[in-house]
Design a protein around this ligand. Structure first.
Ligand code: ZN
Length: 104
């Protein structure tokens, strides 16, 4: 994988992760702003493009969070346990085995 000169793996993943969360936040806000009220059933399936864009991008963010793992021990770097609320920013080294994440 190529990084811009001087940019470390840590900076790359931190910026990408923050960017992904920001885009998802904008998409959700966009959907809430554009969504027409559904009288009656609020869980009705919609075909509004902003809903599906937010949903699909949300799946990608979750996929990214789930697949960022240490190449040495395989421990997840963002989600660290089965608790979905237990997640941290990725670090320069693996939080579990201290293997450097710089080389990919
Ligand atoms: Zn590790």
């Amino acid at each position: 994988m190529h990084y811009a000169s001087g940019m470390t793996y840590l900076a790359y993943h931190k910026i990408k992760f923050i960017l992904l969360l920001s885009i998802e936040f904008v998409l959700i806000t966009l959907h809430l702003a554009l969504a027409k009220p559904h009288p009656g059933d609020t869980w009705a399936v919609t075909n509004e493009w902003h809903f599906w864009l937010g949903l699909i991008f949300g799946y990608y963010v979750i996929y990214y969070m789930y697949t960022l793992a240490c190449s040495e021990c395989g421990y997840k770097q963002i989600w660290r346990s089965n608790n979905c609320m237990d997640w941290r920013m990725p670090g320069a080294k693996c939080w579990h085995c201290r293997h450097s994440l710089e080389k990919n």
